[in-house]
Design a protein. Structure first.
Lengths: 393, 397
């Protein structure tokens, strides 16, 4: 239980799959309560004894399936099974008795489906549950009319509208959160790619620095390789008796640095396991801009750039940075000059030695992506006067 | 060991996160009010259908009108929009529960009791921590009070046993599940605001890092004098071509002076410019400020980037040492590489002391980028890690 609470508290750091697993675990706990409750509730319902015994057993079996799927990390399947169980329980409670609490279960079932935060699942299962709820009220509305209700019709209509309203409102919530989530995610992924480009250049410079100094590359250093091996063995000893089993994999990791890794991954003659390890290790190679390199660069930024925040700190549009027309034009000239004179591109050998030409800059300026930096008005101005830009900057 | 996950958070993030959230809060406020408006219409329809006395109709509608008016007032007041909308959100959450409770107490039927669930759904549109706590608390307390104090609400025709125990259990399950659901959703959403703000800051820092490494490699800085000279020449010809007075020259002089003069001196020399104008012009200064250099770097690298839908929701986008499906050996080796590299001098980062590494790995997001079992082994045995690296690497570097 402590682990579950800790995982909920830190759920933002979990992967999608881990979050889904956590949710299934929580729902399963609640389902156990419901299945347990279905035993005393059998006393109030209208089913025959056989059904009252059989159904809770079926629910228990369904829960077992959910747990088995979870054990095998088939979390989506586990999710579907938990939903089937709660829907089954709802129908059992609702159609077995004439009590108001049965009707509340429609809301509880929708809540379970909402809990998974998956829009398609919600539309399909949630929609089906809502339709069943509305039909139930049409057929059995008279059995749950309050003694103070003005009539069956008003009572049924109230039940139906509130259930549909509940479903639609959460659907709206889903659409909003999906929309926000998607937009933020999109922006984040795009930014990540931009960062990777900066890091590509940083790594290339570092390689060139090491080459110029004639330094031995770290991943070729035997002492470094031994350190990695020793530390890996030390950790692995906590997981398996023969901790040194990992040493061979460390060796393979360093071996990959001198190989064409793509060839290994795509070569069907190479054993599948080797290819799998190569694919997984590729993310952490030291001689290319891998995840490891990116994480290291990002880590080092903890110690950089501590200038204060101002509202234009993350603003890169010349149009928004400057309000005066002359300033906008002057800043456009600075940007053009920077792109034309500073080395910002790699040559055909991958060395950072190239500047952008006038034609390339023009192509960039008119491109859609460049609206992030300059407005249409600035582009038009540039196009009208590009010969001056080219000649004097 | 007590963990403080925000200890190594970039200090610039908070204000930016607010501005990100404000955009969404505005939209949610509008949607909330639209839903309340529709609800008011439905309630009016039912009240008229039931031929309820005019006073009740008017008082109920008045409550809806007051609620929507409060929202409009807070929305229109532009100063400190973020906090205004937050206040409106709390008032709206409470207000809607007040309206619902008054309707339940007025009609005393089980069907109208379910309106509490609808109210919860409408308030959940906000997806905000405090609003969520307020809404869950209201639903829980009001639900329990109504069930225990007014059990007759749940009495149905032909069945005088309201089974309040089961209603109570289901209500508790409903509230707990929805609370957990909102909690996880809001945590993840907040995490994304944080990630987005963080990556904006990280971009600036990565550009600075690139400039730093570039400087080590090329040993060159921007030739500012050459820049200003070419701008002078350019502006002279440009002014001539478009037939205007050369307004740029004075600005270029000012930009050059920004390096050697402070703002009061600049303002006294360039009396034609206000402080705001000078502050804007500062962004173009090339020696002390690096705004234009940043724009140049970003502009030179940002093209040709495409994001597919598959990538948006892919776990692989999160850089870590614990990718789902990766072998345990890979998770171990990747972490060990990262750890060892932190302990070695690099051109862009000096080696870090053991205590510093441990502190960062424990109190930052990096804690969550490493497999839980592996990071725990490290935190419990960091002296051993330190010794192994020192023993092996003392001759290497």
């Amino acid at each position: 239980m402590k682990t579950i609470i800790n995982r909920i508290r830190n759920s933002e750091f979990l992967t999608f799959n881990e979050v889904l697993r956590l949710k299934v675990a929580i729902v399963t706990i609640f389902l156990f309560i419901f299945v347990f409750l279905s035993i005393p509730i059998s006393n109030f319902n209208n089913f025959i004894l056989d059904i009252n015994i059989l159904i809770p057993i079926l629910f228990a079996l369904s829960l077992m399936f959910t747990l088995v799927f979870m054990l095998f990390n088939l979390n989506r399947w586990a999710m579907h099974f938990s939903i089937f169980t709660i829907i089954g329980l709802t129908l059992f409670y609702v159609y077995g008795s004439d009590h108001f609490y049965g009707y509340i279960l429609f809301f509880v079932t929708l809540t379970v489906i909402i809990f998974y935060q998956d829009i398609i699942t919600y539309i399909l299962y949630g929609g089906a549950v809502t339709v069943v709820g509305v039909i139930y009220i049409m057929q059995n509305g008279s059995s749950i009319v309050g003694i103070n209700a003005p009539g069956i019709e008003i009572s049924s209509l109230t039940y139906q509208i509130i259930l549909i309203g509940f479903y639609i409102t959460f659907l709206v919530q889903f659409i909003i959160s999906d929309n926000i989530y998607e937009k933020m995610n999109n922006e984040w992924v795009r930014m990540n790619k931009v960062l990777e480009k900066y890091q590509d250049f940083s790594l290339e410079y570092l390689k060139e620095i090491a080459e110029e100094k004639g330094e031995e590359l770290l991943y070729k250093n035997t002492k470094f390789q031994q350190t990695i091996s020793e530390l890996s063995i030390f950790i692995n000893e906590f997981f398996e008796e023969k901790g040194e089993n990992i040493a061979e994999f460390v060796e393979f990791y360093f071996f990959l640095h001198d190989q064409n890794i793509e060839e290994i991954i795509n070569d069907k003659k190479v054993p599948k396991l080797t290819r799998e390890y190569a694919t997984e290790f590729k993310k952490y190679l030291m001689n290319e801009r891998s995840e490891l390199v990116s994480i290291l660069f990002n880590f080092s930024t903890l110690f950089k750039g501590n200038s204060d925040y101002n509202e234009k700190r993350y603003e890169y549009s010349l149009d928004k940075l400057f309000s005066n027309k002359a300033d906008k034009l002057l800043s456009l000239a600075i940007l053009y000059k920077y792109l034309k004179t500073e080395v910002t591109q790699t040559d055909k050998w991958g060395k950072i030695e190239r500047v952008l030409t006038h034609d390339e800059i023009t192509e960039l300026f008119v491109s859609k992506e460049f609206r992030e930096f300059i407005s249409f008005e600035q582009v038009n101005f540039y196009l009208d006067n590009q010969e001056l830009f080219n000649k004097y900057l | 060991m007590r963990q403080d996950i925000d200890k190594y958070q970039f200090p610039q993030l908070e204000i930016y996160k607010e501005s990100l959230e404000l955009t969404h809060l505005k939209r949610k406020t509008i949607i909330f009010n639209l839903l309340v408006f529709i609800l008011a219409g439905l309630v009016l329809y039912f009240l008229l259908q039931m031929h309820i006395e005019t006073n009740t109709v008017i008082s109920t509608m008045l409550m809806f009108i007051v609620l929507i008016s409060i929202n409009i007032a807070f929305y229109s007041y532009d100063n400190d929009h973020y906090h205004n909308l937050k206040i409106a959100m709390y008032i709206s959450t409470m207000g809607l529960y007040v309206i619902t409770t008054s309707l339940i107490l007025r009609f005393h039927t089980p069907s109208i009791f379910t309106m509490l669930f609808l109210t919860y759904a409408i308030t959940s549109i906000y997806q905000d921590y405090k609003a969520m706590i307020l809404s869950n608390f209201s639903l829980f307390i009001l639900g329990i009070l109504l069930i225990l104090r007014f059990p007759t609400i749940f009495e149905i025709i032909g069945n005088n046993e309201p089974q309040t125990f089961f209603i109570l259990v289901f209500l508790i399950v409903f509230v707990v599940l929805l609370s957990l659901s909102s909690y996880i959703l809001i945590k993840r959403k907040t995490f994304f605001y944080n990630q987005l703000a963080q990556i904006k800051e990280s971009e600036i820092r990565n550009m600075e890092l690139l400039l730093e490494i570039e400087k080590i490699k090329t040993n060159k800085t921007l030739n500012v004098e050459k820049y200003y000279e070419s701008f002078k020449l350019f502006s002279k010809h440009l002014s001539k071509k478009i037939g205007i007075e050369n307004v740029f020259e004075r600005k270029i002089e000012l930009l050059k002076d920004l390096k050697k003069m402070d703002i009061p001196e600049i303002l006294s020399k360039y009396t034609e410019y206000s402080l705001e104008e000078v502050n804007e012009l500062k962004y173009m200064e090339l020696e002390i400020q690096n705004k234009m250099t940043m724009i140049g770097i970003k502009a030179s690298k940002s093209y040709g980037i495409e994001v597919s839908r598959k990538e948006i929701f892919s776990e692989s986008q999160f850089k870590s040492f614990k990718h789902f499906g990766d072998n345990q050996y890979v998770k171990i080796v990747s972490f060990v590489l990262f750890y060892t590299l932190l302990k070695l001098d690099k051109p862009y980062l000096q080696k870090l002391e053991e205590q510093k590494i441990k502190d960062i790995l424990l109190n930052s997001e990096y804690f969550y980028r490493i497999d839980r079992d592996i990071i725990n082994i490290y935190l419990d045995n960091n002296e051993v890690f330190d010794t192994i690296v020192k023993d092996h690497m003392k001759e290497a570097k």
